[in-house]
Design a protein around this ligand. Structure first.
Ligand SMILES: [Zn+2]
Ligand SMILES: [Zn+2]
Length: 300
């Protein structure tokens, strides 16, 4: 039953969900997934991941048929998607933005312009797209995903990224989730970029490049200049073997200064890629040095 759709069809005005005024996502129980860390296989889901994709798809179809789907943000039942139209309307779209790095621009600028930072210091990736700004409720959902293991938000974001991938990155030939350092990966139990990337790969048929690793844990970035931040990240990534892709697409949850994606793109280009694209869920605003410094802590 799609309550929101039914109300809209009868001509009723649908109010924004109540969590918007409270500025807090409603509490939802997290489905538990067990993770293990093994030296040989890296971090993997302990239970269930051994089943092949077809079995998972059949199980998902069966569950969809038996259980009514509800919106992951407000909890209202909705048959058509995991996000009801009421919640979809309150997502902060990243409208006018730099065509190179997706940073939000003045509403009066014309389309297809690059921001001053990209003009002065062009990033090595050819294009970055972030469909949303890092603002409520997207920021809250990303924090819940990362720090409270609310993994149900990962397929939701993948669903929102899929049309962008098909429209703007149709020539890409593989997906590269931004890796976490192995210690952070082991402590968290999962990598949020992997979790968002996996349903994207399944839906688009693209391969995930998993032979990229992070050599060093990110040092505290607060109070450092952009140049120091870049030098902190220099050689942060390593690739085992060759990259058999001409146009890999980096996938991550949030982009703040773009230094992490830029360094990973540089590593991919050095390994043989011809050009690199970036697709992230949200773009955080960077207006001052302090905000930039604080913002980099989002990329953990
Ligand atoms: Zn909803
Ligand atoms: Zn830019």
């Amino acid at each position: 039953m799609n309550i929101v759709g039914a109300l809209e069809r009868t001509g009723c005005t649908v109010e924004p969900p109540p969590y918007v005024s409270q500025h807090q996502l409603p509490f939802r129980r997290l489905h538990a997934r067990k993770y293990t860390f093994s030296r040989r296989r890296g971090v993997s889901i302990h239970a269930g991941r051994q089943l092949d994709d077809d079995t998972w798809r059949m199980a998902a179809k069966l569950l969809d048929a038996l259980l009514p789907q509800s919106c992951v943000l407000c909890g209202l039942p909705d048959e058509s998607s995991a996000l009801c139209s009421r919640c979809r309307k309150v997502l902060p779209a990243n409208g006018r933005c730099c065509r190179r790095c997706a940073t939000s621009l003045d509403a009066f600028t014309t389309d297809d312009v690059e921001c001053g930072s990209c003009q002065a210091n062009p990033p090595v990736f050819c294009r970055a797209i972030a469909p949303f700004c890092y603002a409520f409720p997207v920021d809250a959902a990303l924090k819940h995903l990362k720090f409270r293991r609310r993994l149900l938000f990962a397929p939701l974001f993948a669903n929102l990224l899929l049309p962008v991938l098909r429209r703007d990155f149709a020539d890409c030939d593989c997906l590269v989730p931004v890796p976490l350092h192995r210690w952070r990966h082991a402590l968290r139990g999962f990598n949020q970029a992997d979790e968002i990337c996996r349903p994207l790969a399944r839906a688009s048929g693209l391969k995930m490049l998993m032979n990229v690793s992070r050599r060093q844990a990110t040092r505290p970035q607060s109070g450092v200049t952009a140049a120091e931040r870049r030098s902190n990240l220099r050689n942060a990534f390593a690739i085992r073997g060759a990259v058999r892709a001409r146009y890999p697409l980096i996938v991550d949850d949030v982009m703040t200064t773009g230094s992490t994606c830029n360094e990973l793109a540089r590593t991919l280009l050095d390994a043989g890629a011809e050009r690199v694209g970036v697709l992230v869920v949200a773009r955080a605003a960077v207006n001052s040095g302090n905000q930039a410094a604080a913002g980099t802590s989002l990329n953990v």
